[in-house]
Design a protein around this ligand. Structure first.
Ligand code: FES
Length: 151
């Protein structure tokens, strides 16, 4: 190799070109990896929408007009239907109870109080209790046989 060719190959200008090519290949590989990995990560984090859980409560409700289950309180309404209110307190998630004598729902943890409609009365909870849709199962004679709570 003569001296002129040696200078041409190892000149600083060629070094810049090589560094540019290396960087270009690195960025291209990174972009390609991101292009393939992004959909994979999105798929891995995908959660299908939750299907509502249906809970049957046999009718009629107890004489008190209230049914207490693990997840909800079911109250008989004046129109013959029922209303379901969550038992999970909106403050820190304790399980609330319905106080029949006082006619309100109270949280045992910090004494937040709610109406039987789930509307906040007092206490540290700032939001109302969630409510759930309730449908009825009727027999062939039109009698309500069960209330179905859609959790
Ligand atoms: S968790 Fe119910 S009031 Fe705090």
């Amino acid at each position: 190799m003569d001296d002129r060719n040696h200078q041409k190959i190892f000149s600083p200008r060629n070094g810049n070109r090589r560094a540019f090519l290396v960087r270009w290949v690195q960025w291209t590989l990174a972009a390609t990896a991101a292009l393939f990995l992004y959909p994979l990560f999105r798929f891995a984090g995908f959660k299908p929408p939750r299907r509502p859980r249906l809970v049957d409560v046999p009718a009629p409700l107890p004489a008190s007009g209230t049914h207490t289950s693990h997840d909800f309180l079911l109250f008989a309404t004046e129109d013959g239907g029922a209303r379901a209110v969550s038992r999970i307190c909106t403050h820190l998630g304790c399980r609330v109870n319905y106080l029949q004598d006082m006619e309100y729902i109270e949280c045992p943890c910090h004494q937040s109080r709610f109406t039987s409609e789930g509307v906040r009365i007092s206490g540290p909870a700032e939001r109302n209790l969630p409510t759930f849709a309730v449908t009825q199962k009727v027999d062939s004679e039109g009698q309500v046989t069960a209330y179905v709570v859609h959790l």
